[in-house]
Ligand binder design. Structure first.
Ligand SMILES: Nc1ncnc2c1ncn2[C@@H]1O[C@H](COP(=O)(O)OP(=O)(O)O)[C@@H](O)[C@H]1O
Ligand SMILES: [Mg+2]
Length: 359
C-alpha cells in the first residue's frame, strides 16, 4: 500500500493543524514530489475553519494545567475528529480536487498541554526538520519564526546539513495579547486585529522589564512552552498587578513582550553561534502589523519577511508542515533531528493509519 504511494511521481497531501490559540483548524493541500533533500512542493490551497466560541472554550478549558477531565477530553476527541475531517473535504473542494484523490493526510492533532520531557522536545525537532526542508538556503542563514499561541524559532545556518539546525520555543506568541483583548472586550474579540489596540497604547517599561525576567526566557534550549507558562494564571497576575494601566497600554506591553522575547532568544541562544541574515515569520502573529513592527525594531540586523513571500501564506505554514511530515513518514525518511534532542539516532516519527478507500 505504501509502495503504491511512494512510487507515484507526485502526491496530493493535506496537512491539518490546530495549535495553542484554539482559533480554528488550518488545512493545507500540497502537491509533493520526492522526499528528504530532493523534496519539492507546491501549495494548492489553504483554508481555515474557525471554531465556534463553544469549541474554543472547551479546548482552552482542557488546556489549563490540572484541568481537562476524561469526559471533556473524550467529547473533544470526537468533536475535533469531525471538524478535522470537514476541514480536509473543505480544502479539497475549494481546490477543485476530488476528496478521494487525496493520497495522504498529515494531522498534528490538537495541542492541549505541553507536558515537559522528551515528547514535547521531539515535537520541536520535528518542526525544525520541516522548516529545514521548506527554507534551507545555500548562501543565507535563516531564522524561521512561527508566531502562534506561542512563538517558536528554528535556526538554519547557510548551507547547513539537517543536523546543524536548532529549534525551540522562545516564549509567548499571541497568547498573552489574545487573553488581554478577550478580557478588555468582555469576550467579544479574540485577538488584536492588525495590532490596532496595541498601536494605540504605550508600552509600560517597568512591566515589560519584569515580564522579560520570566524564568522560561532565561532557560537555555532545548525547551518548549504553552498555556502552562503563559496561560490564564500568568494573564490574571498581569491584570491584578497592573489594574491602574489603561487596557491599550497593557496590550502594547504584551505585544512588545512577544517581540522582545523573540529578539532575546535570537541574541542569547542563536546568533552568537552562526551568521543569520533573514527571518521568515509565519503563524497568525504575522498578521499583527504592530507586532511585526516591534519585532523589526527589536532585531534590526535581520531582514524580517513574512512566509507569504516564499509561497506559503503565514496561516498555512504549520498545516503545510504536517503534509510534508506525512510525506516523509511514508517514505521512511527520518524526520526528527537527533542532534537537537541528544537521541541516539534519527527515526521516523508519526503513526501511519490506512483509510478504508485505500485498502
Ligand atoms: N488579522 C490578525 N491580526 C492580529 N492577529 C491575528 C490576526 N489573525 C490571526 N491573528 C493571531 O493569530 C492567532 C492564531 O494563530 P495560529 O498561527 O493559528 O496559532 P496556533 O497555531 O496557536 O493556532 C490568533 O489567535 C491571533 O492572535
Ligand atoms: Mg490556529
Amino acid at each position: 500500500m505504501i509502495a503504491g504511494l511512494t512510487t507515484k511521481p507526485e502526491r496530493l497531501v493535506v496537512g491539518i493543524m490546530s495549535g495553542t490559540s484554539a482559533d480554528g483548524v488550518d488545512a493545507a493541500l500540497l502537491q509533493i514530489r520526492g522526499t528528504g533533500e530532493a523534496l519539492s512542493w507546491r501549495l494548492l490551497r489553504h483554508e481555515t475553519l474557525h471554531y465556534s466560541v463553544k469549541v474554543r472554550d472547551l479546548i482552552r478549558r482542557c488546556s489549563e494545567p490540572g484541568s481537562g477531565d476524561a469526559a471533556s477530553i473524550c467529547r473533544l476527541n470526537v468533536l475535533l475528529g469531525e471538524l478535522f475531517a470537514r476541514a480536509v473535504t473543505h480544502v479539497a473542494e475549494r481546490a477543485g480536487v476530488e476528496p478521494k484523490s487525496i493520497d495522504l493526510i498529515g494531522s498534528h492533532g490538537q495541542t492541549l498541554q505541553n507536558l515537559p520531557g522528551p515528547v514535547t522536545i521531539t515535537g520541536i525537532t520535528v518542526r525544525s526538520y520541516v522548516d529545514f526542508l521548506l527554507f534551507r538556503n545555500r548562501s543565507r542563514g535563516r531564522l524561521v519564526i512561527n508566531i502562534g499561541g506561542v512563538a517558536s524559532l528554528t535556526a538554519i545556518p547557510a548551507n547547513a546539513a539537517a543536523d546543524r539546525v536548532l529549534g525551540f520555543d522562545s516564549g509567548p506568541g499571541n497568547m498573552v495579547i489574545d487573553g488581554l483583548v478577550a478580557h478588555m472586550t468582555g469576550g467579544r474579540e479574540a485577538f488584536d486585529h492588525g495590532g490596532r489596540y496595541g498601536r494605540k497604547g504605550k508600552s509600560a517599561d517597568e512591566l515589560l522589564a519584569r515580564l522579560l525576567d520570566h524564568p522560561y526566557l532565561l532557560t537555555p534550549p532545548p525547551k518548549s512552552c504553552g498555556r502552562e507558562e503563559f496561560g490564564r494564571p500568568f494573564l490574571e497576575s498581569i491584570l491584578k498587578e497592573n489594574a491602574a494601566l489603561p487596557p491599550n497600554d497593557l496590550i502594547a506591553t504584551a505585544t512588545r513582550f512577544t517581540a522582545e522575547s523573540i529578539a532575546f532568544a535570537c541574541r542569547r541562544y542563536v546568533m552568537p553561534h552562526n551568521v543569520y541574515e533573514e527571518a521568515i515569520v509565519s503563524g497568525g502573529g504575522a498578521r499583527n502589523d504592530y507586532l511585526m513592527e516591534q519585532l523589526r525594531a527589536a532585531i534590526p540586523e535581520l531582514s524580517i519577511k513574512e512566509s507569504d513571500e516564499y509561497g506559503l501564506p503565514a496561516a498555512a505554514k504549520e498545516a503545510a508542515s504536517f503534509a510534508l511530515l506525512a510525506n516523509e513518514a511514508i517514505h521512511g525518511t527520518p524526520n526528527n533531528l537527533p542532534t537537537v534532542t541528544g537521541a541516539a539516532r534519527a527515526v521516523v516519527l508519526g503513526t501511519i493509519v490506512f483509510g478504508r478507500t485505500s485498502q
